[in-house]
Design a protein around this ligand. Sequence first.
Ligand SMILES: [Zn+2]
Length: 398
Amino acid sequence: MVNPTLLCPICEEKYQVTEFNFNCPEGCDSLPETQYGKYKTTEHEGIWRYLPWLPVEKPNNYQKTPLFIENREFKKMVGKDVVIAFHGYHPEIGADLDTCTFKEIEAVCSLRYAAEQNSNLAMASVGNTANAFLRQSYLEDINTYIFVPEKTHEDLFAVEKSDNAKLIVIKDASYSDAQDIASRFCQREDVSYDGGGKNIARRDSLSTLAYQYQEKYNEMPDHYFQPIGSGTGAIAFYTGSKRLKQNKITDKTPRIHIAQNTPFTPIVDAWNNQTRNLEPVDYNPLDRTYAKVLTNKNPLYSINGGLYDILNKTKGSATTATKKEAKKAGQKFKEIFNIDLYPAAEVGLAALMKTDLQGKILLNITGAGRQKLRQETNAETPEPDYIIEKGDSLNVIK
Ligand SMILES: [Zn+2]
């Protein structure tokens, strides 16, 4: 086990963390960054190649990584010099993330971190994160408790659900209800709340995309482009680039660009009004938005060290795409690669096509290949381990 050192971007206090409380001890509302030693790669496979820059001591058996893809026809279609960071399932090209999204990378590192901290994990999810933990929990000898609203249950899938993962379906619940119940469950002594983008294991695992790119291309891209829900992936790429620059591995800081799906575009609206403050949303965006994973109402935007600061520092941009634009972009991608994109990835591609950028662009395809997985594997919706009502006692969960 390591006790990572964090730096608060507001008060500049350095402090050590144990378990899952990452907040600044001075009480600042900030997104702290993990402090690591000199850049050094290892002989381990996958993200563990960058083990000295991850908040864990040892790797586990997971060895997969995203792929980089360059394609002339695709570049012509987009009208830009784009490299794809491909997260998804398409074995013909070596893409083997069988939960189909980049959440798999986060889950693997969060599981390792929890295991080293001797803690079980609980979380709430409406989709990709749940799928990632249902499948990958076999990697560590701990239990994971995954709380999902009943109406999202049928969209979940796993090629093989781990026995370590407990799926708890909550009747008549919203995402917020699931979050409340999951955090209430964490009053148990041996269970920690996973904490999403505030969890350094999640963010630092996604930063490995920057190191992987630098190793392959021997420089950083001019731009990084991603559709965002919480913003964790975009923040992580920026942080990874910053670490490489501080270690004099590169002198470039990529500009960070983000996309959201109309009508749920609070970050794009705030950024284009040059304000740190998000307008409150008075409807349930899950009911109206095509790319449902992009509907996080509490993203890491306003928080110090979050997206507002990063877009400012890198002269980034924020762009919207409609459902129609997204589907059209997804169709074009399919014509070239014969791979189906997740709606969020379609939004990212559509927004990139509308944005005027020069130079090398890294586009994060955050999820793909669900149709192929359905055809080629026995992935199915796992049965719940527990079905509960909102007011039920959580003591039934073992
Ligand atoms: Zn502080």
